[in-house]
Design a protein around this ligand. Sequence first.
Ligand code: AMP
Length: 281
Amino acid sequence: MTIIETISEMQHYADHWRQQGKTIGFVPTMGYLHEGHLSLMRLAKTRADVLVVSIYVNPTQFGANEDLDTYPRDLARDQRLLESVECDVLFLPNDAIMYPPEYRTYVTVEELTENLCGTSRPRHFRGVTTIVTKLFHCVKPHVAVFGQKDAQQALIIKRMTADLNMDVEIIIGEIVREADGVAMSSRNVYLSPAEREDARVLSQSLQKAQEAIAQGERSTATLIEMIRTMIAQKPTTTIDYVSIVETKTLHDVAQIEGEVLIALAVFVGKTRLIDNALIRV
Ligand code: AMP
């Protein structure tokens, strides 16, 4: 695996592959890799000749009181995991090259960024769409893979690439979970044993809602109340939001009908975790 730390070298590699007729698959990450990330990389490899993974903890997607400074990092371990999936290039940019002092440009997707995570993290998605655009210009991928774990992010990236006519196919990989149902996340490492136990309630409450839907429940108010009650019973949890939305617009819906997304964000201790379930009836 080649490690590239400069934009010009990354672009040079990308141009070289493209001249050779090779397709480039790309998985952007913030590192501290887990099986969820690796599943996206395996998916990318089925769709492209070469695999590029970026690790970059992007400061513009963190709010002032968020965990930018403490975000978990372990580059040596990440490199071993990347070797295990036969990643071709690890792109490792830094703040100085991504956001030099004169930097002034941001990419904004409207409306889809306002509710769900956008409410409590107002500038988060602007940071995400900006860095993804920049990374696409460095890596020049034919295919980029994102996780359904961040369902709102996946929708926003798809909207952005379509709206800005970016010549890259966006593929979404399934949520990978721990054996007890907890969605894998780099942030799970922050959890104390008691919090890790309580974190199970996110996926459990989504599961319970899906069972109720299978039994005929269609009122989203009832389902949301059911989920909130279940989560609130765990001592270390504080709910940020529980929403049931239409999958294309992310507008709240009153009834379960067609395709909807049940999305939630919950603080477990100080750690904010998200999870979701896609429902088709
Ligand atoms: P991150 O490093 O958290 O920014 O995530 C990088 C990519 O991995 C994003 O596209 C995430 O949606 C995806 N991802 C994170 N956790 C999971 C998971 N448990 N299952 C599948 N994809 C994930």
